[in-house]
Ligand binder design. Sequence first.
Ligand code: C5P
Length: 402
Amino acid sequence: MLKGKHIIVGITGGIAAFKTATLVRLMVKAGAEVQVIMTPNAREFITPVTMSTLSGKPVISEFFTANTGQWNSHVDLGLWADAMVVAPATASTIAKMAHGVADNMLVTTYLSAKAPVFVAPAMDLDMMAHPTTQHNLDLLRSYGNHIIEPATGELASHLIGKGRMEEPENIVAVLRDFFASQRDLEGKRVLITAGPTVERIDPVRYISNFSSGKMGFALAEECAARGAQVTLVAGPVALKCHNAAITRVDVESAMQMHDAVVERFGQQDVTILCAAVADYCADNVATTKIKRDASDEAPVIRLKKNPDIARAVGQMKQPGQITVGFALETDNEHQNAVGKLERKNLDMIVLNSLRDPGAGFQTDTNRVTIIRRDGQQWDGDTKPKTEVARDIVDHIIELMKS
Ligand code: C5P
């Protein structure tokens, strides 16, 4: 899996830098091309000669190579890489990465890197547990970086706790799994609905909900990154798509979303219904602004039912097609989710409860339970929506294989 891959290994100034020699050795043995970048402090812990010998390439440390007038291009390096691994990552480098500081070659290259970035923290237990470090790690996660959690054990300070850099063999295994899973949706077509719908009452007013679209957009990016051709049918949201494999169809109302989905459903392998579709719309949309009534009489807005898109595609579904729904619940969560799974003929439902802090609308995190049609259930932790998207796609892949 690592054969021919271009990997940047960033080394920062921590005692665990000695383990990075083994890491580079393992990567090279697995067939990867490795470019080592060291921060100035890293050179105090392990020599550039060791690292350039193991990687077979001169180590880069500075923006300029002394006496040659040669500039090391962080932009070219960032484009060259299939992956970047920062190991060990000190609290200081993590903070710089989280906040966009670009004062050395390593963190500057991080900002230029288009490839996935893996961060293996190593530090003393109190630094690791400090809310600042934890917050910075959360920021890095929210930007889609992969954090390789440190292990618990004896630290260089002889204290026992969480902060030991993960063993090189395990870091290589994480990369291997990543590259194996990376294109597991190659050739597949995935349709995703996201965001709220907006139901007009008159030319200036509407009924809607608080959905931000973040979960659906994270799913679209994840599926596209794994090789799928994605169609994202989005209600009005303030989000952008990044991957060129995503075709975005912007809609406003539930009816428009229904039509856009039904028209395309036949060509899809997987359809993920993540949108918070308004259940009702105005029976009659006023063509002019509804005026305040002089007679203190409150107007009555008559509503009619919107189509249930999930149910509609559930009825159209052919063997081999997979549909996945969401259930955002406030009570009787499990029972309600299973009811929806059956009523809408879904293969899988992703349940989130508004009772869980850090779950639901607007937040950057989510906590989900995934329930499959065959009754299998999986409970996730509270994590950034980008990582929840990864978990959901992993489960869809499993479902496709079963
Ligand atoms: O019934 P409820 O709205 O709670 O179901 C939620 C699931 O159904 C979500 O997957 C949502 O995207 C989908 N849905 C839909 N069309 C609707 C209502 C919900 O596709 N009109």
